[in-house]
Design a protein around this ligand. Structure first.
Ligand SMILES: *Cc1c(COP(=O)(O)O)cnc(C)c1O
Length: 460
């Protein structure tokens, strides 16, 4: 067929729009979007004819192709997925999933005007963190609190407001990189502080801090080295010792905790994590931690500590740039309220619920899935295997949580390949995200809560 013949086979836009098969698309997506899509398809078809001397494959069914394209445009960039990676707080998957109470609070705050900075008693306008600050003080024993966009912002604000143009003493063993270009020395520079490194990579003593103190010292800082651990001949001083030293010289002590937990995780059989309230109790001036790590709330940076210092943070111009919106405040408040009821926390806070699932529960879940899926995937072998999940988000890299996974591998000669299966499952309506290790696809059961939903989708 000549190019001319092919061009003459292309439908006219008007004819397509009046064709009955396009009527549902017209209703669903509207006239202008449909016209725009069809125009693009026509342009594309002409270019394919010129380059390849043939019509594109989809030219057999214009309506189907238009529907696919319009639908694809409408799928959100934030797709819900099944997180079967085994990492509970997965940064690339949005970290903590929110408690129902937080979801409801956010939804309410979105639908109506809310008293973010409006004092109904007429007793004068409080700052937008006041209500949450009261909760945080109750939970941590601190005098006041400040909320910003994330913990990186919290560190920046603490440094800029308390030590700009002055010296901050930090141990060499704590000059960490958190990921995403967050490095303590760089943040210091951004905040206009002069970094005064003390000690060595593996050992830092109290006398190292003491001998570095001079009239330019504005802060003593500790950074929780959450994402790595040095083993062997090591020494770091604890926060209480540093707080005492700071007290002696009247220099504030700040701690970047990263993933602080407001409950003692060991009571659930989990590895110990530092708790903000313990640091406050030990006399630390300011402690910062993330809202969406172990706390299990929305992305936020939380700073608790001494009133005079928090006031400095609240009145610093950067606070205006780093403050959070009403949705974050609503979710954070609802999440913190759950901590007032320790008896129901594990059941209501998804992060804690997932972290405390036992290996037995995960095994039982994997076995049920295996029994249901096996008959439908004859090209694969299935196994239920023990595995180790991770908390994620830089917490406790060496501590793993015993769990179980459903693992699949292709049966030789049956044509199925692992990569193809993983790809197919990633392109489902709710993508299934596992990991491929040692020639098997691993689906860690720790974070699977919607068992029925997953099965329905995989068996369709
Ligand atoms: C995670 C972490 C940060 C960064 O916190 P975000 O909330 O991700 O901005 C900073 N410091 C430490 C020690 C951390 O663990």
């Amino acid at each position: 067929m000549t190019q001319h013949d092919l061009f003459s086979q292309l439908p006219a836009l008007d004819r397509l729009l009046h064709d009955a098969t396009f009527a549902p698309l017209l209703t669903k997506y509207g006239h202008s979007r449909l016209v725009e899509t069809l125009r693009l398809m026509l342009t594309e078809a002409r270019s394919v004819i010129r380059k390849e001397g043939a019509l594109p494959d989809w030219a057999q069914a214009w309506a189907v192709e238009a529907e696919t394209r319009l639908h694809r445009e409408d799928t959100s960039a934030l797709r819900p997925v099944f997180n079967l990676t085994g990492t509970v707080l997965h940064t690339n998957l949005g970290r903590a999933i929110q408690a129902d109470a937080a979801v409801e609070a956010v939804s309410q705050a979105m639908r109506a005007p809310v008293t973010v900075e409006y004092d109904l008693d007429g007793a004068g306008r409080g700052h937008r963190d006041s209500a949450i600050a009261r909760l945080l003080c109750e939970l941590t024993g601190a005098e006041d609190a400040c909320i910003v966009n994330n913990n990186a912002a919290a560190v920046l604000l603490m440094l800029a407001a308390c030590a700009s143009g002055e010296e901050v003493i930090v141990s060499r063993g704590e000059l960490v990189e958190i990921g995403g270009a967050f490095r303590i020395p760089d943040v210091m520079r951004q905040a206009g502080c002069i970094l005064q490194e003390v000690g060595t990579t593996n050992r830092t003593h109290l006398k190292d801090y003491r001998s570095a103190i001079n009239e330019k010292t504005a802060l003593l800082m500790k950074v929780h080295t959450s994402n790595y651990q040095i083993a062997g001949f090591t020494k770091a001083i604890d926060e209480a010792e540093l707080a005492e030293l700071g007290n002696e010289y009247n220099i504030p002590v700040v701690v970047d905790l990263g993933s602080g937990s407001l409950v003692d995780l060991t009571q659930y059989g989990l590895p110990a994590e530092p708790m903000p309230q313990r640091l406050i109790g030990a006399g630390v001036s300011l402690v910062s931690f993330s809202g969406d790590k172990l706390l299990g709330g929305p992305q936020a940076g939380i700073i608790v500590g001494k009133r005079a210092l928090i006031e400095r943070l609240q009145s610093h111009p950067l606070k205006r740039a780093l403050r959070v919106d009403k949705m974050t405040l609503a979710a954070l408040e609802a999440t913190l309220r759950l901590y007032r009821h320790p008896e129901t926390l594990r059941e209501r806070l998804p992060t804690l619920r997932l972290l405390t699932r036992t290996a037995q529960e995960c095994t039982a879940l994997a076995q049920r899935l295996m029994a249901a899926l096996m008959p439908h995937y004859p090209e694969f072998t299935f196994r239920v295997e023990p595995c180790l999940s991770q908390i994620g988000s830089g917490s406790l890299p060496v501590d793993r949580l015993p769990a179980a996974a459903l693992t699949l591998a292709p049966l030789d000669g049956r044509g199925g390949t692992l990569e193809a299966l993983a790809q197919k499952w990633r392109s489902l309506p709710v993508p299934v995200i596992g990991r491929i290790t040692d020639g098997r696809l691993w689906l860690d059961m720790r974070c699977l809560e919607d068992e029925t939903g997953l099965l329905e989708m995989l068996l369709k």
